[in-house]
Ligand binder design. Structure first.
Ligand code: GLU
Length: 391
């Protein structure tokens, strides 16, 4: 049942989103056999070197079943309470299922701002990157116990797409109770045709999504298409595939059956495009000739090469990088607030903790967050450096 060399083989960083109805049965609660089967699939991919992130729904549905709440709409505080009981059980189930394959699960509960505000975005990304580096499997959900209507993603399709984009994943798999997108709702229209590839999300594609959705999950086809826009726009491919049977990921790997959305460029190029497209900058960082050369060679900007900082910027802001002639050579997302950047300017990265009193990032601007001036003018570089850290 486990395979290599399937359609998933080329993908190195994969986000797998699992809908509530796949994991939780209203009457009997958690579907343990199904969970065990997907844990086995994840272990197989991980053993072939892929980094896997799970976005698991099911907290509210499971909490509801644990607390014996009847069917029907829940009030906000009821769904928050259900999520509180459900999430702890869900996390435990994931932890145990993955432990059976010697994998550690790390729980991440996100609220909207964690992916939408750059400052917190850098933080969430650093934590998840570290989990992946340590070989753990991030198991992510929305923090439903504190999220209210105004400040929530609301559905995990879009949450998963944000995570995929934030983490520069190369593939997002949306496992669902449908096997993909059809030209019309297949249960109602016998002429409905299955759509295998979506090179670009057009109005026509959006219209096909209609407003279908199963009872247990909030995310119908509409939110899946929204997720597709976020993911493909960030350079992440997406596939909607059936999660109904056991070992759904292994099945997808061998059959390739699902609706595949093609990405616009690769994730790093997409982020760089986004950086280039931002109009405002919050300040400038002046660098010496050595750092300027290192940047041209595709390296990150380290504090050691910085001669001076100016403006007023906060961690996560976009700043201009200037050489000793004050010419703009790049711009990028800065990893420190202005005051701290000034204090570590010119210092070796290993001294950061001693100077600031906390362990910070070694880079002032990571190369994936940096766009060279030359590339801004001549569109993004065709080949990009790998996503691996250089330290
Ligand atoms: N975060 C919700 C939960 O875990 C699921 C949202 C969704 O179904 O998309 O219950």
């Amino acid at each position: 049942m486990t395979r290599t060399g399937g359609v998933l083989a080329p993908h190195r960083r994969i986000v797998i989103k699992i809908g509530s109805s796949l994991l939780v049965d209203r009457a009997s609660g958690l579907k343990r056999d199904w969970l065990a089967s997907i844990a086995a699939d994840i272990a197989t991919l991980a053993s072939h070197g892929a980094q896997i992130l799970v976005v698991s729904s099911g907290a509210i549905a499971l909490g509801r079943s644990i607390l014996n709440r009847p069917a029907g709409t829940l009030k906000l505080e009821e769904s928050q309470a259900a999520a509180a009981c459900g999430q702890i059980a869900l996390a435990r189930a994931w932890s145990e299922a993955l432990a059976g394959h010697d994998l550690h699960a790390g729980q991440i509960l996100l609220t909207l701002g964690d992916t939408e505000e750059r400052r917190r975005y850098l933080n969430a990304r650093a934590t998840i990157t570290t989990l992946l580096k340590l070989g753990a499997i991030p198991v992510i959900n929305e923090n439903d116990t504190v999220a209210t209507t105004e400040i929530r993603y609301g559905d995990n399709d879009r949450l998963a797409a944000r995570v995929a984009s934030m983490m520069s994943a190369d593939l997002l798999i949306l496992l669902s109770d449908v096997d993909g997108l059809y030209t019309a709702p297949p249960e109602r229209d016998p002429d409905a045709e299955f759509i295998k590839r979506v090179p670009r999300i057009t109005r026509e594609i959006e219209a096909m999504a209609g407003s279908a959705g199963s009872e247990l999950s909030r995310g119908g086809m509409v939110t899946k298409i929204e997720a597709g826009k976020i993911a493909t726009g960030s350079g992440t491919a997406m596939v909607i595939a059936s999660g109904r049977e056991l070992n759904p990921v292994a099945t997808l790997d061998s059959s390739g059956h699902g609706t595949w959305f093609e990405p616009a460029g690769n994730p790093v190029t997409a982020r760089k495009k986004w950086i280039s497209g931002q109009l405002g900058t919050a300040g400038a960082i002046h660098v010496d000739a050595g750092a300027a050369r290192a940047l041209q060679a595709g390296k990150s900007l380290l504090p050691a090469g910085i001669t001076r900082v100016e403006g007023s910027f906060a961690r996560g802001d976009i700043v201009i990088v200037r050489d000793h002639d004050t010419a703009e050579i790049a711009r990028g997302i800065v990893a420190y607030d202005m005051a701290d950047a000034a204090r570590i300017a010119g210092c070796k990265s290993h001294r950061i903790a001693e100077i600031l009193g906390y362990e910070g990032r070694s880079e002032m601007i990571h190369r994936d967050d940096l766009v060279l001036h030359h590339d801004r003018r001549h569109a993004a570089r065709p080949e990009e450096k790998s996503l691996e850290e250089e330290h």
